[in-house]
Design a protein around this ligand. Structure first.
Ligand code: MG
Length: 382
């Protein structure tokens, strides 16, 4: 199946998320934003799609790195194509980022699923037809009745578990520039309030400020162990593997990582070898696609370690349903003021509909399982 065409189109849609001065998303007034649709087409007209950020599939990136390596090649040989493009990163002068690799890889897997007439989660292994989601909150804020106080987090967690049906909850704590942040004691108060609200049996996790010192991190880890938290992720700069080894040597709390550290499946192998983590983190948008995410998961399984997928979307859901060694799918980011279950204008359905028991189900449609409103996308090109 020869690849004949690779296009990216940018389109306009509405968002209710605004970014603070450190880049974290919060609820805000509706405004316009843009996303991109990457499409890879083969000679028989089969297409693979993915929605991504416009900067990840800029024309100059497609012209310099993607089209020369993919056009005329067999679209089904995803391993070959991933390596051809990956090797260009070294001499790209920092231009070819992992997220461009991810967009290409996801579009290729979507195409492969459609060519096979199979959903990607089954093509990759099909470990389970459904997976429990954890509700993943937005970062703390200063909005009245939002996520401004420990009581706000407790009230929202109670809604997530007892009304919406989530079986697990992850908090993102307060990050600068929010008042009083960063503060491990404030993070702990929110965690304690949530534990009190949902009871002892609901798995809880924390994703705090990412630049704590060793001593702040260790204090927080010990307190979260007392609250029987399932894991904490990325409390310190992840390039310092020895800091994570030190943390793990000094706490009973499970540490999950690395999440945003570059180095794909290779760095995750180094973390495992260093005994620096308890659970391995992989997200398709962090490691360079489904292809390296599956390698990460298979590596972790060799050491009886779970791989927890980072972030939402059809790619992460496909891997989570495909592998044996994972426990949850991350669903979010959630906030009292945001209706997560409402499709965006460019979707007919969201990627990860969740039932009342807290399960997200794999779809039987061929490909990644995205249900895109192509009429909307084509009519709103910029
Ligand atoms: Mg995280």
């Amino acid at each position: 199946m020869k690849i004949t065409d690779i296009t990216a189109l940018t389109f306009r849609h509405k968002t209710n998320t605004v970014r603070d001065s450190d880049g974290h998303g919060h609820p805000g007034p509706e405004s316009d934003t843009t996303s991109a649709l990457l499409t890879i087409t083969t000679e028989d007209g089969t297409t693979g799609h993915v929605i991504c950020r416009p900067g990840e599939v800029r024309e100059d990136l497609l012209d310099r790195f993607i089209r020369p390596n993919l056009l005329g090649q067999d679209a089904l040989c995803t391993e070959n194509l991933w390596y051809k493009v990956y090797k260009w990163q070294r001499l790209s002068g920092g231009q070819l980022l992992d997220r461009t690799l991810t967009a290409m890889d996801l579009a290729l897997w979507d195409l492969k699923g459609k060519a096979a007439g199979m959903p990607v989660w089954k093509l990759l292994g099909g470990a389970r037809p459904k997976i429990l989601a954890y509700g993943s909150t937005m970062c703390g804020d200063d909005l009245e009745n939002g996520l401004a106080t420990p009581e706000d987090y407790a009230r929202f967690a109670d809604w997530m578990v007892n009304t919406r049906g989530y079986k697990a909850v992850k908090l993102h704590g307060w990050m600068p520039p929010m008042p009083g942040a960063p503060d491990p004691k404030k993070d702990y108060k929110a965690c304690a309030a949530v534990r009190e609200a949902v009871g002892p049996d609901v798995p809880l996790m924390l994703d705090p400020h990412h630049f704590y010192t060793r001593t702040d991190t260790l204090w927080l880890a010990r307190k979260l162990a007392e609250l029987d938290f399932r894991w904490m992720e990325e409390p310190m700069e992840e390039a310092s593997i020895s800091s994570y080894k030190w943390l793990r040597d000094n706490t009973d709390l499970n540490i999950l990582g690395p999440e945003t550290m570059t180095g794909k499946h290779w760095i995750r192998g180094e973390y495992v070898k260093a005994d620096a983590i308890d659970l391995v983190r992989a997200g398709v948008w962090d490691v360079g696609g489904i292809t390296p995410a599956m390698k990460t998961a298979n590596m972790a399984e060799c050491f009886h370690m779970a791989t927890e997928m980072h972030g939402t979307g059809a790619g992460n859901l496909s891997v989570a349903l495909a592998i044996h060694n994972t426990s949850f799918y991350e669903r979010g980011l959630l906030h009292p003021f945001i209706d997560y279950d409402k499709p965006k204008e460019y979707q007919n359905r969201i990627d990860d509909e969740m039932d009342a028991d807290g399960y997200v189900h794999g779809r039987d449609d061929p490909g990644l399982g995205q249900d895109l409103n192509m009429d909307y996308i084509l009519a709103n090109q910029t």
